[in-house]
Design a protein around this ligand. Structure first.
Ligand code: GMT
Length: 403
């Protein structure tokens, strides 16, 4: 085993000890994210929790407590952004109250860094807050670090109307990170960004399994031998849910199979297609489940058909539980999965390719086993919390050292 692998296999706490050496000063960090079910919120929350464990003071700022943030935790504070509903405004605004909350939190706690996840409106609000602090409060402002998660960038690919504000917000940030090389390249291509973009991959710390696969399967009324295909997402159009259903309909014609959808969005627009394909009784829909890990762990593989994915957080989560993932060769996904080594990749829309991939996994236990263990190794060692938290800390020190 290489030395690198040996280091990676140290317990998490020990690895986090290593990053203590990276920054000795305890930092005060604002973390701004979307609090709802979604990869960016999960990553931001995990990062904040890990940094708090290292002794840094973490101030989460959002309109609602991030769903995976424990209610009480040492070094973690939550500041709720009040949303005004004045009659005068036709649409409630979020950017301005967010900027005001950031200003207030900084005035009280003197943050070193405001780490925002998503350029709009979070980086925009942070830059406004920084300007107010500099001009009117006469106190040292924070550095703004913006992490790009993808949707801002892909959104602008289709809708140019927000381009000037996204360009400005990314370009004026003190530091920019992206969750994959693909996203960093796309950002540079679409926007007028000359500043360097640091690639720091997403990471996932597997949760303790609290319900055995047998228990979950019993709860879902599944036979022992039913092949369960999982999919976890917000079901946005980018996820190409019709492809998911078409693939499953071909699979279930040949095999005893079920499609387990862990959804953070509305499935009803897809119901007519599910009925047309006569698979509605074979779909198990679980809405906004808190213990996603128990369900991913009870399934046999994961299926992701997106036409774009900057990273694919659910893919990483599924791999962490040793379940082979079949996904599209889209965006940053090939940086997470190496085809036929630790997962299976197909072109967007390749329904037949995906179907034969699932066939192979069902019929070839050795292939299933190899992909399962290689995927788990990649998730645990390459995308480990220790490694990525250290990268963020190193990046923070670099940005803080700049004038
Ligand atoms: O994919 C979504 O609809 C949710 C979105 C989010 O805000 O969580 O996901 C984006 O950020 C994740 C975390 O970095 C990435 O893993 C997802 O790939 C990315 N989604 C897209 O690029 C479509």
């Amino acid at each position: 085993m290489t030395r690198w692998l040996l280091i990676c296999r140290q317990p998490l706490i020990h690895q986090l000890e290593i990053s203590k050496m990276t920054i000795t000063k305890k930092l005060k960090i604002g973390i701004v994210c979307y609090p709802t079910v979604g990869g960016s919120g999960i990553v931001a929350t995990q990062l904040g929790i890990a940094l708090a464990k290292l002794g840094h003071k973490i101030h989460f700022i959002s309109y609602q407590r991030p769903f995976r943030l424990p209610t009480q935790s040492k070094n973690i504070y939550f500041h709720k952004v009040p949303i005004n509903t004045y009659q005068l405004f036709r649409y409630p605004d979020y950017t301005l109250p967010l900027a005001v909350t950031m200003t207030d939190v900084h005035t009280k706690y003197k943050l070193d860094i405001m780490h925002v996840h998503y350029a709009v409106p979070h980086a925009t609000a942070a830059l406004l807050a920084k300007q107010i602090i500099t001009d009117h409060q006469k106190i040292k402002p924070f550095k703004v670090i913006t992490t790009l998660h993808g949707t801002d960038i892909t959104l602008v690919g289709n809708d140019q109307s927000l381009k000037p504000v996204i360009c400005y917000s990314i370009g004026k940030s003190d530091g920019i990170t992206a969750v994959s090389k693909n996203l960093a390249t796309e950002t540079k291509k679409i926007f007028c960004i000359n500043n360097p973009i640091e690639v720091i991959y997403n990471f996932y710390s597997p949760k303790k399994i609290t319900k055995s696969p047998q228990l979950i399967r019993r709860e879902l009324g599944l036979n022992k031998n039913t092949f369960v295909i999982s999919h976890a997402s917000n079901l946005r159009p980018v996820k190409r849910i019709p492809d998911l259903l078409k693939i499953f309909s071909q699979v279930e014609k040949k095999h005893d199979a079920k499609l387990l959808i862990l959804s953070g969005g509305d499935f009803s627009p897809y119901l007519p297609l599910a009925k047309k394909l006569k698979i509605e009784k074979k779909i198990i829909l679980k809405q906004n489940v808190a213990d996603v890990e128990n369900y991913l762990n009870a399934a046999d593989c994961g299926l992701y058909t997106s036409d774009h994915e900057s990273f694919g957080m659910s893919i990483l989560e599924t791999m962490s539980y040793g379940k082979p993932v079949l996904a599209t060769r889209a965006g940053g996904v090939p940086e997470v999965i190496t085809n036929r080594l630790n997962g299976l990749l197909y072109q967007v829309g390749d329904i037949n390719g995906f179907t034969s991939g699932i066939d192979e996994l069902i019929n070839n236990k050795k292939l299933w086993q190899n992909i399962s263990s290689e995927g788990k190794i990649k998730a645990e060692h390459y995308f480990s919390a220790a490694k990525m938290v250290k990268k963020y800390l190193d990046y923070y020190s670099k940005i803080l050292a700049q004038n």
